[in-house]
Each structure stands twice: as structure tokens, then as C-alpha cells.
Design a binder for this molecule. Structure first.
Ligand SMILES: C[C@H](O)[C@H](O)[C@H]1CNC2=NC(N)=NC(=O)C2=N1
Length: 106
């Protein structure tokens, strides 16, 4: 998928950013969680969606409470519709109880 085509899909995945990392197009989004273990709970919820989809994100938990998810299709080294489906399904999860209240979801 070209960057232009990907841009067309971005309205379907509010909160996610389109990045070009060294020529690889990816979707990413970050959250601040209440604690390290709630970050792991966040990962668990996302993992269940990914397993159901058979499509998997890269999960990052850094500085104990900063969650960042990257999504792209490794098999093609870029973005496919499966990436947008996964991002949209992650957006549908109710994870507010894991997030820091004053967190600004970027
Ligand atoms: C065989 C299996 O469907 C593939 O290995 C899947 C697993 N999950 C995947 N996830 C992502 N993000 N990219 C892939 O290319 C991919 N391939």
C-alpha cells in the first residue's frame, strides 16, 4: 500500500499515526498506563485481539508506564488492510481502567 493510499484509511483509525520508518510504513499509537502491571494487562487484551485476527502488533512498554504499539504487515514490509483492521479493533477495546486519568491519549 502506498503512503497516499494509507492516508486515505487514517480516518478509520482515530488516535493512530502513520509513520514511514526507513521506508517501512507503519501505524503507531501511544498510551500512558497506571502501572507496569497494567501495561501488561493492556498487552494481554491486545494479544487476544491479535490472536483472533491472526495479525500481530509490535508491543513496547518503556519507562514502566509508556505503552506504544506499532502495526505493519511484516510479510510485505509495509501496510495492508489487515493493519487497519487490527488498529480499529484495538480502538474498540475498553481499556480506560488501565490508563492514567490525566493521560492525554496521543
Ligand atoms: C502465517 C501467519 O498468518 C503469518 O505469519 C502472520 C502472523 N501475524 C502477522 N502479523 C503481522 N503484523 N504481519 C505479518 O506478516 C504476520 N503474518
Amino acid at each position: 500500500m502506498t503512503e497516499e493510499a494509507a492516508s486515505e484509511f487514517m480516518s478509520k483509525v482515530p488516535g493512530w499515526k502513520l509513520e514511514n520508518e526507513g521506508g517501512t510504513l507503519k501505524l503507531n499509537r501511544s498510551w500512558k498506563v497506571k502501572s507496569f502491571t497494567k501495561g501488561l494487562d493492556f498487552f494481554q487484551a491486545v494479544a487476544e485481539v491479535a490472536e483472533a485476527e491472526g495479525h500481530h502488533p509490535d508491543l513496547h512498554l518503556v519507562g514502566w508506564n509508556n505503552v506504544k504499539i506499532d502495526i505493519w504487515t511484516h510479510a510485505v514490509g509495509g501496510l495492508t488492510e489487515n493493519d487497519f483492521i487490527l488498529a480499529a479493533k484495538i480502538n474498540m477495546l475498553d481499556l480506560q481502567h488501565l490508563l492514567r486519568r490525566k493521560a492525554t491519549v496521543v
